[in-house]
Design a protein around this ligand. Sequence first.
Ligand code: PLP
Length: 464
Amino acid sequence: MSRLFNQMPTAELQALDAAHHMHPFTNDAALGAKGARVIARAKGSTLTDTDGVELLDAMAGLWCVNIGYGRDELARAAFAQMQELPYYNTFFQTTHPPVVALAKKLAELLPGPLNHLFFANGGSDANDTNIRLVRHYWALKGKPSKKTIISRVNAYHGSTMGAASLGGMAPMHAQGGLPIPDITHIAQPFWWAEGGDMTPDDFGIKAAQALEAEIERLGEDNVAAFIAEPVQGAGAVIVPPDSYWPEIQRICDAHEILLIADEVICGFGRTGSWFGSQTYSIRPDIMTIAKGLSSGYAPIGASVVSDAVAEVIDSADFNHGYTYSGHPVSCAVALENLRILEEEKIVDTVRDETGPYLSRRWKALADHPLVGEARISGLMAAIELTPDKQARAAFAAPAGTVGTICRDFCFENKLIMRHVRDSMIISPPLVITKDEIDSLIDRASRALDQTEARLKAEGLMTPA
Ligand SMILES: *Cc1c(COP(=O)(O)O)cnc(C)c1O
């Protein structure tokens, strides 16, 4: 069946897609009129569409294909596991070898006391688990009033009711009655847009201290946890000032609240360490993992908890679970992915070679007249497009107008780079080579030149 569709002309696939397939985060009517891009196959860091056009995937799919496309070992691991045991659940006092093996392997890789895993299908439902878990934890400790979870504006924690409520995305909150009760949001450490005249480090301290003010406003007896991504990903790769995380850690240590690090993007090498918490010296009580855990080859996520948290949760029933918690095929694929990451020293390569190389070339983009700031952590990076660098000005046109123009020029140059408002972001496969990085920068530079020309032609270079 799917083979038949592999032979189908692009226009026919697009018509059927428009007729029957509803896309995430998409205006389907507008997309249907234009036709979706149809990706047929991929290898390494390169995608091929149904017209045979090759695109450099500087987003690793959706921040997840860290070991690159086309690794037969993962396909073989899935095949072998499906033959042996395609499915069994982990409810009702049962387990199976792949979930045991993966939990043990992750406990070895994870920092500090993070030794216990509750599996999910991805990051959203792992974060839903976290909401119930932290509230249940405090109830078991005799402090049921500790329910509120503090998050940040412009955070992304997933798309379920709970995860989208944790997230700080206004367009998501605007639909479907979000956020759910007992979740609040403090400001983000986004110096470029919100730092004003402060130095980045002074601003980082100020942004962190918003957490302490919020704990005091709510009353410590009502706060369960603080959740944050080490580096905000979907928010536009917001690399916090150096001062930010040490101050957040101090505040979490000073108050009786749990710290949840959402490592769905930062985990598994993205920032040049196995976990973003290591890069930024964060000591979380709970961690969310997904995406890079299987390099996107199979859906899997997990909520990871410390020894101390597990001891409390394990003392009673936790009335929670997903049919596919610890799915054997996903576990087998994740294990094989971790084996490759380790044996091929992919994280070391990001830290010592490709990360520093991309950093040097990426930061040079800030010389372009349209680029106000270039920021990077490991292999995730952003540039801010601006009509006036000195003033760190936004464009007069509605946010996203310029970003969309630049994104479309990137496609024309066979580069998948995403825009968030008027920031351009990348998160390439961790196996991207230096030659591919050169090509990424060449294509991005060309797209920037074309964007600048277009903005001038259309009178869009005006600051807000
Ligand atoms: C993608 C993402 C999620 C949601 O994960 P899904 O697998 O899409 O449910 C959660 N947190 C962060 C930081 C993410 O980037």
